[in-house]
Write a protein that binds this ligand. Structure first.
Ligand SMILES: [Zn+2]
Length: 312
């Protein structure tokens, strides 16, 4: 940080930008054109994967590491500087033994453990998910908003449960994503990231993200004015999106997306994957330990976004 509290970015860059791409519905066909564009523009981001199919029929489509052509393509991405992160063990709820198998398989394929992870909302072994994302009165508010349908539903952090894998998460995963905000400057919405939350000890460090769930939300979050503000504020954007949701359709890339991402890439930004960005923040400022007051601010800010636009 400099004297004004702003983070200094490497190589004299003015701001930082990356993407965490949720792998729901993704296939080589529907996301490789998006990655070809990012690569050509010099952007390097994080693509999440499921290392294995897991048990049973996926409730949501999308390829996994069990598909050789898809696996090879993700390895090419990795070789060209993209980060491969995790979207959990598989597209379906995975008990501990399947989580272990998936972690081993991830390491076999990519040569190391997943460094950045985001829970998949359909999987009940998700860690600190559903109403466990928040505490106190925020949890009550969350449960009221969701009609108590997700109360206690997610169990990855519950010791003794067949879905428990918190100890493995703490051992092998470095960063897990929790809150998502409307602001393109993720660091302005969550100035403490990456942070350790003492009441959620199975996660070594948390990060937040900006809301760009599909191509429309992405384009809205990263419009010209928002890009210019991100740059002026010297901030950091970790866009959370699903590149399989409308970026490529009927054989063409979404025109507005192409225009916006080209414009952004023309700026003096630091365009590195999620883990590199978070490592830089942690190196400059140390890993923050969340206080009760800070937790309350983050939780309430997230709930307000959720009420207004239904953020993930
Ligand atoms: Zn998902």
């Amino acid at each position: 940080m400099d004297a004004s509290g702003r983070v200094e970015w490497p190589e004299g860059r003015a701001f930082a930008f990356t993407v965490f791409d949720d792998t729901d519905l993704a296939t080589v066909e529907n996301v490789s054109p998006v990655y070809a564009l990012l690569r050509d523009l010099g952007l390097r981001t994080t693509k999440s994967v499921w290392a294995i199919d897991g048990n049973g029929v996926p409730r949501i489509g999308g390829a996994t590491g069990d598909d050789p052509a898809y696996r090879d393509w993700t390895l090419e991405l990795q070789a060209s500087g993209f980060e491969i992160g995790s979207h959990g063990a598989s597209p379906v709820t995975s008990p501990r033994e399947v989580v272990v198998r998936s972690l081993e398989r991830f390491r076999e394929i990519y040569g190391h453990d997943p460094e950045a992870l985001a829970n998949h909302s359909g999987c009940r072994e998700s860690i600190y998910w559903g109403d466990a994302r928040v505490g106190g009165t925020s949890r009550l508010a969350y449960n009221l908003m969701t009609g108590f349908r997700r109360r206690g539903m997610f169990r990855g952090h519950r010791e003794g449960d067949p879905l428990f894998w918190g100890d493995l998460c703490r051992e092998r995963v470095r960063y897990v994503r929790n809150f998502t905000y409307a602001d393109a400057n993720t660091l302005a919405a969550c100035p403490v990231m990456p942070y350790y939350d003492p009441v959620r000890p199975y996660v070594r460090a948390w990060f937040a993200s900006s809301e760009g769930a599909d191509v429309r939300a992405f384009n809205r979050c990263l419009g010209e004015a928002e890009q210019d503000r991100l740059e002026a504020e010297g901030g950091a954007c970790i866009m959370y999106t699903h590149f399989a949701s409308g970026f490529w359709s009927d054989g063409v890339l979404n025109g507005r997306f192409r225009e916006l991402i080209r414009r952004l890439a023309g700026k003096n930004g630091w365009f590195v994957p999620v883990t590199a960005l978070l490592d830089h923040l942690a190196e400059k400022r140390g890993l923050m330990v969340l206080t009760a007051a800070q937790r309350q601010v983050l939780e309430r800010r997230w709930l307000r976004s959720k009420i207004s636009v239904g953020y993930s």
